[in-house]
Design a binder for this molecule. Structure first.
Ligand code: SF4
Ligand code: SF4
Ligand code: SF4
Length: 803
């Protein structure tokens, strides 16, 4: 049987019997072997395949649950009170249920990406055919996550279908475990969580490499063009077509239509959220000016709609507000949905003519339409925007309040505090109302950047004061100045870049990769991102951006009027700032780490996930930051990093995910690995100290980032550089030396050069280390030795035979 491939064959003796072979177990190994790719022990792992690896990680980084709710209402036995770790009627306890809740989040996020991936893959195969080659730039390792997980080395769009089949099958199996009466152990739910996170990165990778290959997106391009971003970039005098969501397939047809009809200068095509990022990547592989402008991250959705600027809104999928239709119809903005994940109860007009649909929407007979055909979508949305612009002008629609109204509304406030109580960031709304009653509107301006435009305050106000509209009205001057630049998503880090920078990363002389990803549920406005990125870039970290964070970073300029995208180059090198792209491009961040193991360290990648993860855990200084994490996708992205040993810090709202993975640095036995040279145990530093945790402020975050990039394999120069940043950032932002700095010192050469003598004195006086003052050397004290040829591993089977 093992020689058989998918196909048909007949058995001579049995007349009229024909057996059709679909997929044969073992086919992956065969395909890879034919192509000269060796396949490791775990191609297409099932739920239990990598359980041992997960248990290793989870024994060092134990789950910490912070339930918000003590109850479970999953089935009709319940509602069950699980408070005090009581068992529910089905026998599940609080810990296991919390882990199950987290699993649900992670697989929901993974399904959102996989659903996106499957959708866009179907579409691109329809248009370009199964044999269309994958082309992501100057790389041989085209799909690192896919290859490490499935063992498949995809070369064409058709190959990606098999990858998606695998991801979908596994996600279905994971979803099945959420059902009442399945898994009972928190740890095994956690292992499933890890599995879901890993699958997420495969689904994201498929989405992005398919679209990069077919839609002319930049291919590992450090010179990817700069796209305009900000509400102030949108020329409201022109017809404005606004797109919200994540799936760029339909938008590419709009861009084509606009180009074919010479409308580029006659209207504005603008985007919100990841669709916006991908719009500015379309057809940019040869450079040029992006065809669309970016309004901003998802926190700008309601602000943009309420501004009344859009003439037509098109939504596709993910992170789109559920009230877009209601909000838009108040301002006579027709809404078109073009993806069956969001249909808003609208009639399906896919089989109607463009003229009929435009007539119904422009006369406001209908609020919106569902259109699932992209050619029709393009014609209707563009022509309708041109028409609606005039109609809405003639109707004299003004979304903005007048100055007088602003004062009157402020005076209506009874200072009850309901709005502040409901505001997720407890913003000082009452203060703004008080000042507003005296015609001072500056406090509303202050709220503008910090407000994530959720609209909860409006709902809470007993006086029906439109608080969000007031903030926006008072901030018009600021909004007009909101003009930034974002470098269009460049896609993967290329193989040649890995060859150049891999060694520096592994030795630590490039202090680490700081990946700033995720949504815009920031605790204190968008400026934090800029400050964190700038600080780490100045210190020569490689800063990698994606999604809403990539957009918000471009909104700020320095004193020379430059955004960070202009200030810092965009290669994969120390001190460079890279935007990989939209949310699905996050796969290139984990992909980069896998590539370092595969290309720089020559580790076998195909179907060899555990070894690759082990390599990354011990050697690649990388940390993720999802400062405004809000979505389920953010939890799956973070978990996909975690299974590779990459730690992630979320902002304070991330605590609402209710589960962290935190190590115990004081427990020496947790911080030991094997030396693969002889299988002996060796101690490692307690870094990273966690896999998933929360920071409350950027002051707390910055030293944490530096510390999280320390790895066992740092050479003395690398450790010295990393320790310098850790100590300096701690002093600068927290006002004191970190308490544990000495724990990362193996020899005097690990100490920051400029402070060596002073630090040696502290080691002697406070920690009792023995110092040879003549030679300024440490004689005794450190618990770890510096041994540059040590081979740290968590996996016993990777140790040399005979040990
Ligand atoms: S799943 Fe278990 S804990 Fe939850 S409601 Fe049903 S019986 Fe109660
Ligand atoms: S809209 Fe803004 S001010 Fe109102 S509750 Fe939401 S974040 Fe707070
Ligand atoms: S809820 Fe309304 S009335 Fe109460 S403090 Fe807020 S704005 Fe004023």
């Amino acid at each position: 049987m093992s020689d058989l491939e998918a196909g048909q064959f007949s058995i001579d003796e049995l007349e009229n019997v024909q057996i059709t072979i679909g997929k044969i177990v073992g086919a992956v190994e065969k395909k890879a072997t034919e192509e000269g790719v060796e396949v490791g022990p775990t191609p297409k792992p099932g739920i239990s395949t990598l359980r041992d690896w997960d248990y290793k990680l989870l024994s060092r980084y134990q789950p910490v649950y912070t339930p918000i709710c003590d109850q479970c209402c999953y089935c009709t036995f319940g509602t069950c009170d699980l408070g005090g770790n009581k068992e529910g009627a089905c026998g599940i306890n609080m810990e296991a249920h919390q882990a199950r809740e987290f699993l649900l989040r992670v697989i929901t996020g993974a399904a959102a990406h996989a659903g996106h991936g499957r959708h866009i893959l179907h579409h691109l195969i329809d248009v370009h055919g199964r044999d269309h080659p994958i082309d992501v730039g100057p790389s041989n390792l085209l799909a690192p996550n896919t290859q490490a997980v499935t063992g498949i080395k995809p070369e064409t769009l058709g190959d990606l279908e098999e990858v998606m089949d695998y991801v979908e099958e596994q996600l279905t199996q994971l979803l099945a475990t959420i059902h009442a009466g399945q898994e009972g152990a928190a740890m095994d739910f956690e292992s499933k969580v890890m599995h879901g996170g890993m699958l997420d990165h495969v689904g994201m990778e498929v989405s992005d490499i398919a679209q990069i290959s077919c839609l002319g997106m930049p291919k590992s391009d450090p010179e990817a063009p700069l796209a305009e971003i900000g509400m102030g970039c949108i020329d409201a005098d022109k017809p404005v077509l606004l797109v919200i969501g994540h799936n760029v397939a339909g938008v590419t047809y709009m861009i084509d239509y606009i180009q074919e009809h010479g409308l580029e200068d006659k209207m504005e095509l603008a985007g919100l959220c990841c669709t916006a990022i991908d719009m500015t990547r379309y057809q940019m592989d040869q450079g040029g000016k992006p065809h669309a402008k970016i309004v901003g991250s998802l926190a700008k959705e309601l602000k943009m709609i309420r501004s009344g600027v859009p003439d037509v809104i098109v939504v596709d999928e993910q992170c789109v507000r559920a009230d877009v239709l209601d909000e838009a119809s108040k301002l006579s903005i027709p809404v078109i949905t073009c993806n069956d994940k969001i249909m808003y109860g609208l009639p399906n007009r896919t089989n109607d003519s463009a003229a009929e649909i435009i007539e119904d929407l422009s006369t406001l007979k209908a609020e919106g339409a569902l259109i699932l055909d992209f050619d029709l979508l393009a014609e209707v949305s563009v022509e309708l925007a041109l028409k609606m612009s005039k109609i809405r002008d003639e109707m004299g629609i003004t979304a903005l309040l007048g100055e007088e109204e602003l004062q009157e509304l402020s005076a209506k406030c009874v200072q009850c505090g309901a709005c502040e109580l409901d505001c997720p960031d407890n913003l000082p709304i009452m203060e703004a109302m008080k000042a507003g009653a005296d015609k001072d509107f500056t406090r509303f301006e202050y709220l503008h950047d910090k407000c994530i435009a959720c609209g909860r305050c409006d709902q809470a106000c007993p006086k029906d004061i439109p608080i969000l509209n007031m903030i926006e009205k008072a901030s018009q001057k600021l909004i007009r100045e909101e003009k930034g630049l974002m470098r269009a998503g460049r896609g993967q880090v290329s193989d040649p870049e890995i060859r150049e920078e891999g060694v520096n990363l592994v030795l630590g002389t490039t202090p680490g990769i700081v990946a700033m990803v995720g949504c815009s549920n920031y605790p204190d406005g968008t400026k934090d991102l800029y400050d964190v990125a700038d600080e780490m870039l100045k210190r020569n970290y490689i800063v990698v951006m994606s999604g809403c964070s990539a957009m918000d970073l471009g909104m700020y300029k320095n004193e020379d009027g430059e955004t960070l995208y202009e200030k810092y180059p965009a290669k994969f090198l120390a001190g460079n700032l890279i935007n990989v792209g939209s949310c699905v491009s996050n796969a290139h961040i984990t992909g980069t780490a896998i590539k370092v193991a595969a290309i720089f360290a020559q580790r076998q990648v195909s179907g060899n996930y555990e070894e690759i993860a082990d390599y990354i855990t011990n050697r690649i200084g990388a940390v993720g930051v999802a400062w405004g994490a809000y979505s389920q996708k953010a939890s799956s992205i973070a978990t996909g990093c975690n299974r590779l040993g990459i730690p992630v810090v979320v902002g304070p709202h991330g605590s609402k995910y209710r589960r962290a993975l935190i190590g115990k640095p004081y427990k020496e036995e947790d911080w030991k690995v094997y030396d693969a040279r002889d299988g002996s145990e060796m101690p490692i530093p307690a870094a990273p100290e966690f896999l998933l945790t929360t920071a409350d402020t950027i002051e707390e975050l910055l030293p944490m980032l530096a510390k999280s990039c320390i790895r066992p394999s740092d050479n003395n120069m690398g450790r010295m550089i990393k320790l310098t940043h850790y100590m300096e950032l701690s002093q600068k932002y927290l006002g004191h030396m970190p308490e544990d700095w000495y724990k990362f010192v193996r020899t005097e050469t690990d100490l920051p050069l400029a402070k060596r003598e002073q630090l040696l004195k502290i080691l002697e006086a406070e920690h009792g280390w023995e110092i040879d003052w003549k030679r300024k050397k440490i004689l005794s004290g450190p618990t770890m030795k510096l041994d540059v040829s040590a081979q740290p591993t968590n996996v016993k089977r990777l140790c040399k035979e005979g040990c």
